[in-house]
Write a protein that binds this ligand. Structure first.
Ligand SMILES: [Mg+2]
Length: 263
């Protein structure tokens, strides 16, 4: 941990559960600040805007700014700007995501797209889904923000983008050409660009083995916290093993501080 410069933190299940901040989160963040270690809040949920996350964190007493929020939609915008500059993009996504993309210079269009982008559209409309699926069947480049099949919710779960992608696969026989969020590399590249640190100096912390921890495949260290989805007994079946496992952020904070003192 002695090369650690910045901690990337998943949100739900890691720093809070639903609308309840974990009791140790504020102390963990203060400890990082004291040790001169940065933090980046990193989420796959592309249905919400940067401002929505800032408001949610502020309601829980965490004051931060837009530079510390990285959403899979941001990684998708970077990818589109790098690989499909100036191209017309058809978006399956919320109004919030629409604004995030437009503010990053993405040209959105309705009728004659050159590229398709799927986000987590919690206002999913059957006509737009039909339009999107037909563009996919036409063979246009097809990008998705993230692969999660379910999103945790207060009562049960929400069918997430990964499930919508399976629906599109069922009718078109295609899955996305590129997925940008965790566990894929685009969001790690976006995090490197945002923080200015290369991946050896970053640590991804989260509660989901298939996304937060599987991003370890790209050479970044990972820490599983057992405060959310994954149980200890799930670890042997994980696609990629976590570098570290702690019950919560509290124990991770202690370990980081100890490692710093021993340097
Ligand atoms: Mg989580």
């Amino acid at each position: 941990m002695n090369r650690l410069q910045c901690v990337m933190l998943d949100l739900d299940g890691t720093i809070y559960l639903g609308n309840r901040l974990f009791p140790y989160t504020a102390d963990f963040l203060a400890r990082l600040t004291r040790l001169g270690i940065g933090c980046l809040f990193l989420t796959n949920n592309s249905s919400r805007s940067t401002d929505a996350y800032l408001e949610k964190l502020a309601r829980m007493g965490i004051q931060t700014d837009a530079s510390h929020i990285l959403i899979s939609s941001h990684a998708a915008a970077n990818y589109l700007n790098a690989h499909f500059p100036e191209k017309r993009v058809f978006l399956l996504g919320t109004d919030s995501m629409r604004r995030e993309m437009e503010s990053r210079g993405i040209r959105l269009c309705e009728d004659d797209p050159e590229v398709l982008l799927a986000g987590f559209d919690t206002d999913l409309n059957y006509d737009r889904l039909t339009k999107f699926a037909n563009f996919v069947a036409d063979g246009l480049p097809y990008i998705a923000t993230h692969p999660d099949r379910v999103c945790p919710a207060e009562h049960g779960f929400l069918p997430d983008l990964g499930s919508i992608m399976e629906l599109i696969f069922a009718c078109c026989g295609r899955r996305p050409d590129v997925v940008c969020g965790k566990p894929e590399e685009q969001i790690l590249i976006a995090a490197e660009q945002r923080t200015g640190f290369s991946r050896e100096h970053l640590l991804m912390v989260g509660d989901r083995l298939t996304t937060d921890i599987a991003i370890g495949q790209w050479g970044v260290k990972t820490c599983l916290v057992l405060s959310g989805e994954a149980r200890k007994e799930d670890i042997p079946g994980a696609p990629i093993a976590p570098t570290y496992v702690f019950p919560t952020l509290y124990e991770l904070g202690l370990a980081i501080e100890k490692a710093r003192k021993n340097e």
